[in-house]
Design a protein around this ligand. Structure first.
Ligand SMILES: C[S@@+](CC[C@H](N)C(=O)[O-])C[C@H]1O[C@@H](n2cnc3c(N)ncnc32)[C@H](O)[C@@H]1O
Length: 261
């Protein structure tokens, strides 16, 4: 169901503007969610960004790629009780799978699938879906996002762990006008002010900040083949450069050891 109080606009300023109003509902939804210790999932601050961005669209279905122990999946099921949450996990590790399944058993709106989301999600995407990708990462995640957006169906695709300086992020900054990041200064400042209201464990003095999301809005900035070609090319260049750098560093440290005796 669409949120009648809010226009479904998707940019950093509009999300910052509706954050205060949506916070009480978000807090109620996640207050009983137990936190995983030792496994760093998306966490409440990242999830609040997703919630504040997506809630006005009232998606009937949310697709998640990368569930692991189900912490983010549980927040999705509680934050969007009217939506079907289709969550895909590649890894069959029985410990993580059992933990996620136990956590999500009480929630009839969660559908837990196993397999490669790059094969499963293009078959499951429906008009108006919101998509959250937390694995695969970087260029692989971008290729999956592109494939889903090219269907013309999602209201937006979000990719987690999109850090400044990473090749995939530089690619989006250069080739994807309309995309924006949760560490956009206006948004990050608003979320910092709301701090412990979003996440009771938030420590303003901690150097650890929430891992950023990129939000890719529904309209592609170029044709599917053109963007796909650019992504494949940029990934190949970044892999080659990193191999050359590793080779040079290995050679240099070998020479230092030789010269020491
Ligand atoms: C960081 S963990 C997910 C954490 C979870 N979203 C949370 O916040 O609690 C990333 C997960 O993505 C999964 N993954 C990676 N590539 C995938 C793919 N192609 N399809 C489905 N899952 C994938 C990994 O197996 C891993 O369990």
């Amino acid at each position: 169901m669409r949120d009648p109080e809010d226009k479904a606009t998707l940019n950093a300023t509009s999300i910052a503007g509706r954050a205060d109003r949506l916070l009480p509902d978000f807090r109620r939804a996640i207050e009983a969610v137990p936190r995983e210790s030792g496994f760093k999932g998306i966490g409440p601050r990242g999830m609040f960004f997703f919630y504040a961005a997506v809630r006005p669209f009232g998606p009937k279905q949310i697709l998640e790629s990368g569930r692991m122990r189900g912490e983010s999946t549980l927040m999705l099921t509680r934050c969007f009780p009217q939506a079907r949450i289709v969550s895909v996990e590649f890894d069959l590790d029985p410990t993580h799978a059992a933990i996620a399944e136990a956590k999500l058993r009480p929630y009839a709106n969660a559908e837990l699938l196993y397999g490669d989301s790059r094969e499963i999600l293009p078959q499951r995407v429906q008009t108006g879906d919101a998509v959250l990708i937390d694995g695969p990462k970087e260029f692989r995640a971008l290729k999956l996002a592109l494939r889903l957006l090219a269907t013309g169906k999602p209201c937006a695709v979000f990719i987690h762990d999109f850090y400044r300086g990473q090749p995939a992020r530089k690619f989006v900054e250069r080739h994807w006008p309309g995309a924006f990041f949760s560490d956009d200064p206006a948004l990050a400042a608003r979320f910092r002010d709301l701090g412990s209201q979003i996440d009771p464990t938030y420590d303003p003095d901690s150097k650890h900040s929430a891992s950023p999301f990129v939000c890719l809005p529904p309209n592609l900035p170029a044709s599917y083949p053109a963007l796909l070609f650019r992504i494949i090319w940029a990934r190949a260049v970044s892999i080659t450069v990193s191999k050359i750098v590793k080779f040079l560093l290995r050679n240099r440290s070998g020479k230092v050891l030789d010269s020491q005796g």
